[in-house]
Every structure is written in structure tokens, then in C-alpha cells.
Design a protein around this ligand. Structure first.
Ligand code: HEC
Length: 148
């Protein structure tokens, strides 16, 4: 309430503008500071969503329908469409690739496509999954299981 009252004061109040200026400088400073958590979105929300069995089932269906054609049903990167790709999809069973990539990077690749993470643009985006963090997490989980 007090803040609201201050906000409504006439501009000629130099003290008020100075406060606002200081606040603006503070905010610019804060933005230049160490990386801060971004607003919660599927791709960059590091707070892990809870994955239900339903999410796992849905992720399994999505993988068969959309991903297996390139990545192969067992994630070896040998789906029917893989032969024509350059570079070929990675083998998800490859341990050093598994170690090189974070869950967030995978989620970003799945939602925004390969180009968003500096990989092949042939890795297509799945914009409909942007609002489905649990399904994306279930896809990542599925891919992680191939590491073992
Ligand atoms: C048209 C073929 C194609 C389809 C469909 C496809 N991908 Fe990919 N994907 C690729 C290729 C090619 C790469 C890797 C290219 C590279 O290493 O530069 C890739 C890379 C990835 C990566 C690794 C990103 C990284 O940072 O290393 C993940 C994770 C992935 N795909 C998941 C999926 C999932 C999940 C689906 C289905 C929703 C899917 N992909 C559908 C071709 C495809």
C-alpha cells in the first residue's frame, strides 16, 4: 500500500525519482550478476517435475511415433530415416555422449530442436511439448535409461 502511494506521487518529487533511478540501477546490476534462475519453463526449469506413469506412457508413445524414425526404437540412432541424415543421430547408449549432456540440454533439444543446443537442425523441434515439462522429463528419463 505504501509503495502504491509513493508511485502515485507527482514526478516533481526528486527523492522519489532518485529512489526509482537507484532501483533501476540495482536491477541492471542484478541482471549482469551471476546466472539467475529463469522463469519456470519446460526447457530451462531445473526444478524437476514429478513424472507420473501416465507421463511415461505418453512419452513412450511419442518416442515411437516421432523419434524412433531417426533415433531407432531402441535409441541406437539407426531408425529408418537415419541413413539419410548428416550427422547421423547419436547412439543414446554411448556413455561419453550421456556424460557430455545435461538433462536440461536434452529437454531444450527436444522442445526447441537441435539448433537450439548447437546440434543438427534436422533434430526437429516439438513446440507442443513446451507446456508439458513432465512428458519432456519422461522422454529424458527414457533416454537416460539407455545409458545403463
Ligand atoms: C528427423 C530426425 C529426427 C527426429 C524425428 C528426432 N531427432 Fe533427435 N536428433 C536427430 C539428430 C540428427 C540429432 C543429433 C545431431 C547432432 O549430434 O548434431 C538428434 C539429437 C537429439 C538429442 C541430443 C541433443 C544433444 O544435445 O546432444 C536428443 C536428446 C534427441 N535428439 C531427442 C529426440 C526426441 C526425444 C525426439 C522425438 C520427440 C527426437 N529427438 C526426434 C534427429 C532426429
Amino acid at each position: 500500500m505504501r509503495l502504491l502511494a509513493e508511485e502515485n506521487r507527482p514526478i516533481r518529487n526528486r527523492g522519489g525519482s532518485l529512489t526509482r533511478l537507484m532501483a533501476a540501477i540495482f536491477m541492471i546490476g542484478a541482471n549482469l550478476g551471476p546466472a539467475r534462475p529463469l522463469p519456470a519453463r519446460a526447457a530451462d526449469n531445473s526444478a524437476k517435475p514429478t513424472i507420473t506413469e501416465e507421463d511415461r506412457t505418453k512419452a513412450g508413445e511419442i518416442f515411437s511415433e516421432r523419434c524412433a524414425t531417426c533415433h531407432g526404437a531402441d535409441g541406437r540412432g539407426n531408425g529408418p530415416a537415419a541413413a539419410n541424415l548428416k550427422p547421423r543421430p547419436i547412439d543414446f547408449h554411448n556413455q561419453s555422449w550421456q556424460k557430455s549432456v545435461t538433462d536440461d540440454t536434452m529437454a531444450k533439444a527436444i522442445i526447441f530442436g537441435g539448433r537450439a543446443v548447437g546440434k543438427s537442425g534436422q533434430m526437429a523441434p516439438n513446440p507442443d511439448l513446451e507446456d508439458e515439462p513432465a512428458i519432456v522429463a519422461a522422454l529424458v528419463e527414457k533416454i537416460r535409461k539407455w545409458a545403463r
